[in-house]
Design a protein around this ligand. Sequence first.
Ligand code: PMP
Length: 437
Amino acid sequence: MSELQTNAFWMPFTPNRAFKSAPRIVERAEGIYLTEKGGRQIIDATAGLWCSNAGHGRTEIADAIYKQAKTLDYSSIFNFGHELGFEYAERLIQHTPDGLNHVFFGNSGSEAVETALKIALQYQRARGKGTRTMFIGREKGYHGVNFGGISVGGIAPNYQSFGQPVKANHLRHTLDIKRNAFSRGLPQHGVELAEDLERLVNFHGADQIAAVIVEPFAGAGGVVLPPKGYLQRLRAICDKHDLLLIFDEVISGWGRTGSAFGAIEFGVTPDMITSAKGITNATVPLSAVFVQEEIHNTIMDAAAEGMVEFFHGYTYSAHPVACAAGMATLDIYEREGLLTRASGDIAKYWEDALHSLEDGHNVIDVRNYGLVGAIELRAPEKLSGKFGAKVSGMAWEAGVMTRGIGDALCMSPPLVIEKHEIDAIVDKLRSVLSTLS
Ligand code: PMP
């Protein structure tokens, strides 16, 4: 067999040269297992990249994709539709919080974010508040890699080389290990951090701000959970100053927290929700923005007769194959009760298992909610901020895929995970941790 050529593919978010010297290639995936080239099995404790919520290799979704590609592989988007797009949108909104009943489709989380930001701007303009053009994000927030997303995002490498082309400022993040170490579920301390929004409103003026965008819990920032009452307080401050609140639920959506959306789980209704990843169980690209009735209607009503109400869209918005994959994914989520599985017995088991890794030395925090969690490590000084990646590499060698973020190992296993599989993850991690000095 000829050797794999690794030059042409410029890989995303990857130190390409290091990868080429030791390529890590996965060949197959089934259930919660990945199979490496050569046959070694690895437990996927991150559901891919927080996205294969129903586990890998779901034949039902693959069959739906194949069938749709043979029946209607594509139709245009200009004044054009296909029934499946409408049926799928109606079905999706059965799962969204009350009032978020319009769906705009894109292909990726990044596109969903750009779409939501543009809807916010157009809404403000449509209701005569066109000075409201800036956004408030949050430190450690991740909202994709497009220009709006990197501007509102709060993870330095994502914007440092590119600037912040969209006007944005950032709330302080809510990770406070000193006060909240080894919390189970939502942290007790930190609700007052929501008051930081008042500071930013005072600084910029409410009449300059279109929307606040946060993840209910920050995923790529290192599994940063909202302190108790924090999201409620943000909502209240947004209402006081007439700001839109957008929840980026690209990770927290589709059952990760124990409800279909973090908004439902945490009892706070935003004005828009962005969604991707688990929406198709990550089989094919698809994203959506769920939009509240009044925003949608204001934009529709403001457009002059004969105008396109919202001049925005993608060649592949509501792509028929993606809609078919999404429908089949919903069939599985609904039939197998996956959207609420992470609120039950398995979440408690996950919590206890992760917390059993507390060792009084290498582990300085464990945090968890639903079926997501992080183990924060004590990093040697010269590896501070990079230790997670190093230990995640060791975990891979030991047979478990985690995500190293800063000094943490982050995990979000497929929602179908069983208790003995959680045991296997934790056993492997325990043996990795025992080798750290
Ligand atoms: N928003 C959030 C909260 C995310 O976690 C991600 C991806 N990790 C994105 C947006 C971007 O999604 P994509 O990579 O599909 O563009």
